[in-house]
Design a protein around this ligand. Structure first.
Ligand SMILES: Nc1nc2c(ncn2[C@@H]2O[C@H](COP(=O)(O)OP(=O)(O)O)[C@@H](O)[C@H]2O)c(=O)[nH]1
Ligand SMILES: [Mg+2]
Length: 325
């Protein structure tokens, strides 16, 4: 079956798409690997899958390492499974080494669900993803969407531009804070605060949850969002399942708000605008690179250093040459 699945990647038949659409998790895993690694036929596959996308809700969850993201995702997954919704989980954690660490921990903890085909969990390779982590995550989410999953949850550590790009592709973004980590809110990057549609104060069994709440409220009072939504603050104890239902309610309330205000479409258009620019940048860079043999960039760089060339004209020349082909 695997061989058959692979061969339909190079020759995009309907087989893999059909298998994937029928809920075959091995086909799903194959397809995600293929787009992640840009194996032969990856773009044909995405083209074939695209008509089946647009139905899944994508929930992004971000926060510092150890904030309880995986535990919370686990609880949310349980909650949604009771409503019979099917789930795809993408865990992106750049602090985890390839060989285990938090990812392994996640796998063990989430093993409860492994017998349930309604939950599919995927850890993304965080380094060396061709075309970047955000692109790989977006493509994996697309595959999960096409496979008919009702919900896709993306867990990512709230550091760096890559992670901000990742949560940007979500319909709803949940930022997870915890009490007792020093100047909690101040240490969270402003960029992350701005993308929160919902705040979670996890580990609110610990002291200081109220203080974190006050800090968030203080920040919120400084600025109103362009969509006029005030992100609610949900207190949870993820390890006990406390607050999970309230978080699910907050997520549903935000979705309802987006629908009521006709903002869902606008948000999707904005997301695609950014993704398109990124896809274009990747494709054009690839095209320019394909025309240059190995070592050409290095030779150009040496010539620039020796002032034999100026880099501005050089870039113009390369762009003009690749546009002409
Ligand atoms: N006391 C307490 N511990 C929690 C809570 N939620 C998660 N934890 C623990 O915090 C640790 C880190 O959780 P994890 O979900 O792996 O965090 P992640 O790195 O953000 O994914 C684990 O040992 C959890 O059991 C909570 O609400 N209260
Ligand atoms: Mg985790």
């Amino acid at each position: 079956m695997l061989v058959a699945t692979l061969s339909c990647l190079t020759q995009p038949s309907t087989t893999l798409v059909d298998l994937l659409r029928s809920g075959d998790t091995r086909a799903l895993a194959r397809a995600i690997s293929a787009v992640e690694n840009r194996a032969a036929g990856w773009s044909e596959l995405l083209k074939a899958l695209f008509p089946h996308t647009g139905k899944a809700r994508v929930i992004g969850l971000t926060g510092a390492p150890g904030a309880g993201k995986s535990t919370l995702v686990d609880q949310l997954a349980k909650h949604y499974r009771k409503e019979n919704r099917t789930i795809g989980i993408i865990a992106v954690d750049p602090t985890s080494p390839y060989t285990g660490g938090a990812i392994l921990g996640d796998r063990i903890r989430m093993q409860d669900h492994y017998a349930d085909p309604g939950i599919y969990i995927r850890s993304m390779a965080t380094r060396g993803s061709l075309g970047g982590l955000a692109r790989a995550t977006a493509d994996a989410a697309t595959v999960l969407d096409a496979s008919g999953r009702d919900l896709v949850m993306i867990e990512t550590v709230g550091v760096g531009q890559d992670e901000i790009d990742i949560v940007r592709l979500a319909d709803v973004t949940v930022v997870i804070l915890v009490p007792g980590m020093g100047d909690d809110v101040q240490t969270i990057k402003a960029g992350i605060m701005e993308i929160a549609d919902i705040f979670v104060i996890n580990k609110s069994d610990r002291e200081g949850a109220e203080r974190v709440e006050r800090e968030i409220r203080a920040l919120q009072s400084l600025a109103t969002r362009h969509d006029k939504w005030t992100p609610p603050i949900v207190k949870t104890v993820a390890s006990e399942g406390v607050g999970t239902a309230e978080l699910a309610e907050a997520i549903a309330a935000y979705e309802a708000y987006l629908k009521k205000e006709n903002l869902l479409l606008k948000k999707n258009v904005e997301n695609w605008q950014e993704r398109l620019v990124e896809m274009l940048r990747d494709a054009m860079l690839e095209k320019a690179r394909a025309q240059m043999d190995r070592g050409r960039i290095e030779r150009y760089a040496a010539e620039i250093v020796e002032h034999k060339r100026d880099p501005y004209s050089l870039v113009e020349e390369i762009v003009a040459a690749s546009a002409g082909r």
